[in-house]
Design a protein around this ligand. Structure first.
Ligand code: SF4
Length: 353
């Protein structure tokens, strides 16, 4: 696994790296695999919890590789079972992760950065800019925490969307490392096809992801079918306009065989006109794709209003009548501020440990 992740982050290490770490220090290699398994299968919080280990190894690890797992600050559950967890990192920064119940199991929407640099005008997460990248281990620990949360129900995370706070492709090496780790059978063993990587449209990284040989689903936040409108809503469009974005999407489909999901947030009177539905269908025609319409969740900090539900359905029918697969995202967890970044903004002040 080749990424630029610092080697001293214990939650970000792969089993092979742990084996090497152990042998370099005179311990048997199998201790490395054992440690990885105890971290992600047994979710230990201290090395002393590894009961099969000799005391001296537990002490060595505690000094050489201090373990800082995510701490729960707050959990909010909606009636439909959607649960938003606000988790604190070692430096007291906070991220959100959201568990969503479905017929097929539970999906988890994880964050990839603290804050976000992309500045989409409708988004709570970008209001204060990007504070820092999350390590692969900090992303993986969100999954581990969600699994721990679901365990009493006899459930676990079966799908992952890297769609929470942050632009995943702006944290590329850590996200790639995370994908390898979460796929590892000694961790969660999750199939790549059960993982969606979302992007606001960082074109060069879409090409790079296409060449990684990882058949993850790519979700592109489109939100407007014309450059003029998209540039108003999403500054990234000025650097990578729609034509370049569509070329990159086509390349992704060719290389991976996976269809692209286009996310489209419907904002009343802004991007929900009938003619924009026609334009949207024209834009995504010609390669395997799916359009996911997202009813807007109002955010205090932004002036947008949700499209009336009749217009949401009308928009969907226009796209579908043009032969494009198009669904409306279920409105999950409305009463718990389900738009990304809202809980974190509301809970700005750190709590005492
Ligand atoms: S919508 Fe996504 S990419 Fe845009 S600012 Fe929010 S978190 Fe960042």
């Amino acid at each position: 696994m080749s990424t630029s992740v610092p080697i001293d982050d214990p939650l970000s290490k792969a089993p092979g790296e742990w084996q090497q770490w152990m042998t370099d220090r005179g311990y048997p290699a199998f201790r490395g695999r054992q440690l990885f398994e105890w971290l992600w299968r047994h979710h230990i919080r201290h090395y002393d919890d590894i009961t099969v280990w000799p005391k001296d190894l537990r002490r060595t690890m505690a000094t050489a590789m201090p373990l800082n797992r995510l701490e729960l600050v707050k959990a909010e559950a909606a009636e439909d079972g959607t649960t938003k967890l606000l988790l604190e990192l070692a430096d007291r920064q906070r991220v959100e992760t959201v568990i969503l119940p479905h017929d097929y199991g539970h999906s988890l929407c994880i964050s990839s950065q603290v804050g976000c640099a992309m500045g989409c005008h409708f988004c709570a997460s970008g209001l204060k800019g990007r504070i820092r990248q999350l390590s692969a281990g900090e992303m993986l620990d969100q999954v581990a925490y969600a699994n721990r949360w679901l365990k009493p129900q006899g459930a676990q995370v079966t799908r992952i969307d890297i769609m929470g706070i942050g632009e995943p492709l702006d944290n590329y090496p850590n996200v790639i490392r995370f994908l390898h780790l979460v796929h590892d059978p000694l961790a969660m063993g999750l199939g790549y096809r059960h993982i969606t990587v979302s992007t606001s449209g960082v074109v060069p990284k879409i090409y790079q992801l296409a060449d990684e040989g990882l058949p993850v689903t790519l979700a592109v936040s489109l939100h407007a079918p014309t450059d003029a409108l998209r540039s108003q809503l999403m500054p990234v469009n000025r650097a990578y306009p729609i034509r370049k974005l569509m070329d990159a999407c086509r390349y992704y489909v060719e290389r991976t065989g996976r269809r692209i999901t286009f996310e489209y947030l419907l904002l009343r009177g802004i991007n929900d006109h009938d003619e924009l539905a026609v334009k949207l269908a024209e834009l995504v025609r010609g390669f395997p794709s799916h359009v996911n319409l997202i009813p807007w969740n109002p955010v205090d900090e932004h002036p947008f209003l949700p499209s009336p539900s009749a217009q949401v359905r009308r928009f969907q029918h226009i796209v579908q009548d043009a032969g494009i697969s198009c669904t409306i995202r279920r409105e999950l967890g409305q009463e718990i501020d389900a738009a990304c970044g809202q809980l974190r903004l509301r809970e700005e002040e750190p709590v005492s440990p």
